[in-house]
Design a protein around this ligand. Sequence first.
Ligand code: ACM
Ligand code: ZN
Length: 542
Amino acid sequence: MKKILFCGAIIVLIFAISPLLSAQVAIIPKPAKITILEGKFTLHKYTTLFFDQTNPELKRVIDLFRIFLKGPLGAEINYSPKKTESGYIELTLDSTVLNKDGYVLRVTPAKIEIKARSAAGAFYAFQTLRQMLPAEIENQTAVQKSWEIPAVEIEDSPRFEYRGFMLDVARHFQPVEVLKRYVDLLSFYKINNLHLHLTDDQGWRIEIKKYPKLQQISAWRKESMVGHSEDKPRKYDGIRHGGYYSQEQLKDLVSYAQEHFITIIPEIELPGHSTAALAAYPELTCFPRTFEVTPDYGVFEDVYCTRESTFTFLEDVLSEVVEIFPGRMIHIGGDECPKTRWKTCPSCQQRIQQEKLKDENELQSYFIKRIQKFLNGKGRNIIGWDEIMEGGLAPGATLMYWRTWLGDKHIAEAARADFKIIMSPLDPLYFNLYENEERVITPLAYPGLIPLNKVYNYNPVPVQLTGKDAQNIIGVQANLWSEYVTDGQSAEYMTFPRACALAEIGWSSDESKNYDDFIRRLKINTKHLDELHVNYSKYFLK
Ligand code: ACM
Ligand code: ZN
């Protein structure tokens, strides 16, 4: 009896004197359930991996982790055909884990056990492990004989199936390396969709083989604006800007993203924001004239005409797009389309009569539904900005809500009408707005402030929605429009750490959220970002 008490005292003591290691447990997004156990697991090059080696998906997840550890351990850890006594990591697929992205992770001094329903869950368990390792492990040249992971038991699954981030590569082109780094960083925080805004007035960024002028003309503009678009007079830099991704580059990006359980959502914007395409093919608009890929920002009145030949063009483009992007969802834009030209265009007016439409708003709806039907025929569903619900929408479309000023009532109606909705409201999920009051590092951004706590405290489900209607909110996304984001470094500054808060909104339950605790974890967790040389905003440290 005495002995047992004595042992107990030692265990309590050990537990009490090892706060350092458990303080390392600063996981973002916060897991659903976490229990700190006693002791630690020591990872070294003799640690073995035990799993079903005939499963190629699991093997890919494991190999990613092995490659990650190779530098810090100085050797690749091995697969094991049999379980060793101790010192191993065991990964099993387990259908009792309810969520497809869920996992159970148990770290003890003897072993690490991971149970997941799918390879995605296994990948997320490894991200959690990575976050519990000392941050120096991210520095792939810091070789150490062993690395310690605190003993814990975690049961985890996400709140939403869709956790997304949008990068606008149309206003400023970003090299593929920047996109891959986004895949790395977003997947580290269990975000599973990267939406690329590929076409807009200021540039067309995707190779379409049937229309080579999209590469030769639409991908380039003669200069960019410097200063705010409100400045009078507007100023320009005189430097040619542009670029596009070849189909090969995009396919490579898609498979890189797949390995990180990220779906790339391509956006081909229509019927508005189409100036770059019109610069190459002016016959696609109502009143053809000479257009140039514009350096100006705003909403432009020359848009795609509803003439038959425009649909042929768009369907040809989308036919190539679906060959590159295997994901179920294709984003077709649909926002900010002025109807001015359609009002006086004989072809558009004829279309209104022929299709017995009430007005130009219904013509927009006709446009969207036609593209939707085309993509449905290719086995895909559309996502569109929330304007696509105006004038009616066919079932199966997903709305991306951005117009905060319309209010929750508007979105609640769409949810009750059984549309799936991704919440990406301008306020608080447009990361192109300033993150803090100090504008030294970001002298130029969209006017307005979206501080970290505002992002964190956002609940994507409007209070008036319950039950099945609430489940129509399938996820959440932050958007980084790039009028003022010229390179990867400034993109990172605008993205992090707000994307850490986004990850938590998308993954963790609303009841479990606590901003002070988030900041406590963030201070530890961002040491990983330091090692990765991520240019994140340090404003939260003040
Ligand atoms: C948008 O910000 N126009 C979707
Ligand atoms: Zn027209």
